[in-house]
Design a protein around this ligand. Sequence first.
Ligand SMILES: NC(=O)c1ccc[n+]([C@@H]2O[C@H](COP(=O)([O-])OP(=O)(O)OC[C@H]3O[C@@H](n4cnc5c(N)ncnc54)[C@H](OP(=O)(O)O)[C@@H]3O)[C@@H](O)[C@H]2O)c1
Length: 232
Amino acid sequence: MASTILITGANRGIGFELTQQYAEAGWRVVACCREPDKAQALDGVRSDYGEQVSIHRLDVTNSEPIKALVTSMEDTPIDILLNNAGIYGQRDASLGNIDEDKWLETFRVNTIAPIKVMEAFIDVVAASKRKVFATITSKMGSMADNTSGGSYVYRSSKAALNAVMKSAANDLEGRGISVVVIHPGWVRTDMGGPSALLSVEQSAKSIRELLGRVSIEDTGKFFNYDGTVIPW
Ligand SMILES: NC(=O)c1ccc[n+]([C@@H]2O[C@H](COP(=O)([O-])OP(=O)(O)OC[C@H]3O[C@@H](n4cnc5c(N)ncnc54)[C@H](OP(=O)(O)O)[C@@H]3O)[C@@H](O)[C@H]2O)c1
């Protein structure tokens, strides 16, 4: 039986490329996005791969569709659940200029939503062969790597994401579930911008190779896309 991956934010950027590459590699992909009606490129992937790719409406900050999706997946164990959806939030969040509402919204999407999605899917992932929860974080959430300051909103949301996923790694280890966070590199997407170092193809290929190797020995690690470990 084909392995299954669930990807949030699958309509563009890194999530879309991963959807394409996993489908191409023969995986079943549960592709989630906020607005399936507007996700033409994703619909094209579904047309190309038929039943191997299914598209589901999911705003990760909304608990009702998360529950509905879990119910519809009960007979489909999910080998890898990839929390990819994220926002940068306030770009000009410098000292003296931080917008509290935008900060809270960024926490909702980048920090709280991934753990709420995880909570809902624990049994579905535990029933699978691979049993992996992976979340796309950012090196900008690393304290050790922060030598340039600024980006208060995005940095703090990803640092807190790393903290909650470390707790989840400890809490779920007894069930044989691996929990990892992955920095995708600086990638040419809407978020990363045109000057970024990596193409989405390179980033997604490396993330797939890394996820192919992740085991319970790796639980609680903060990985770079190339498989090296980033200091917290
Ligand atoms: N690109 C980089 O250089 C870089 C570097 C480090 C980390 N990352 C991380 O990589 C992940 C993917 O980023 P990207 O570069 O691919 O960004 P992107 O091109 O801006 O795509 C972001 C994706 O997240 C989705 N999303 C945002 N809010 C959502 C919500 N509430 N519910 C569901 N989906 C939501 C977007 O959906 P809509 O189309 O509906 O908005 C879109 O599919 C993010 O977690 C980001 O923080 C990126």
